[in-house]
Design a protein around this ligand. Structure first.
Ligand code: HEM
Length: 210
């Protein structure tokens, strides 16, 4: 019973986080419209502090719930199988499902780096006083930073695509609905990833400049 509730909470918090990823991507893609448009979007948000902080609190709650339920469920799964398998039969498991925990940890590590980079502005103190557009563009000219963002988005894509399959199972959708949901999930994961990856890559290639 507790496991079912945990799975439902995990699926719902995951769906909420996907909604955030989509809205955040739409905001970020405005970088292609130039500095005035890109710098205006966080400024507009800051004019509505109640809205901004409600979104932030919901986001922190969703992240916390998602992480805690994943720890709870993986601990329960291990406890249900006290004797480890002699051989790990992961041939049939997809790459995405085998990398859920690792992927989750990489995404968490990425998120902390990302906040330190663009929100708290600690990573490049020499750019800290610049506007958000210039800070973003100059820092993605650094190959290591651009490569780390791209790598993190690949883990995010695997995590999202498997997350949709799991959510379809948890929400007990009919076979037809589950298949449609799963394919919609793959399309969503691919579109989101391409959108995010396009930003560091196009800056690194010099297609977007300060
Ligand atoms: C190429 C990819 C990305 C770019 C260019 C980008 C860009 C940005 C920028 C410019 C900010 C700072 C906004 C501000 O200070 O007002 C920000 C904040 C943030 N980003 Fe990203 N982002 C990317 C990917 C992601 C991903 C994949 C996630 C989640 C896994 C994420 C989660 C966040 C969060 C939680 C914040 C803090 C929002 C707040 O101020 O409350 N970002 N991002």
């Amino acid at each position: 019973m507790a496991s079912i509730s945990a799975k439902i909470l995990m699926a719902l918090s995951g769906l909420f986080l996907m909604g955030f990823l989509l809205v955040h991507l739409l905001g970020n893609l405005q970088i292609y419209a130039g500095p005035e448009v890109f710098n205006a979007y966080p400024e507009t948000l800051r004019h509505y502090p109640v809205l901004l902080w409600t979104a932030r609190v919901l986001l922190i709650l969703a992240f916390t719930l998602h992480i805690l339920t994943s720890i709870y469920l993986s601990t329960k799964n291990k406890a249900a199988r006290p004797v480890a398998y002699a051989q790990k039969h992961s041939v049939q498991a997809s790459l995405a499902s085998r990398t859920m925990l690792l992927g989750g940890l990489v995404i968490l590590g990425f998120l902390l780096f990302h906040l330190a980079h663009l929100t708290w502005r600690w990573v490049f103190p020499e750019y800290a006083a610049l506007d958000l557009y210039t800070l973003t563009v100059l820092s993605f000219q650094n190959s290591l930073v651009a490569a780390f963002y791209v790598l993190a988005q690949v883990f995010l894509a695997l995590h999202l695509s498997h997350g949709f399959s799991s959510a379809a199972q948890t929400l007990s959708l009919t076979r037809w609905c589950a298949t449609t949901f799963r394919f919609a999930g793959y399309a969503f994961a691919l579109a989101i990833t391409l959108g995010y990856v396009s930003i560091p890559v196009s800056i690194w290639l010099g297609l977007v400049h300060a």
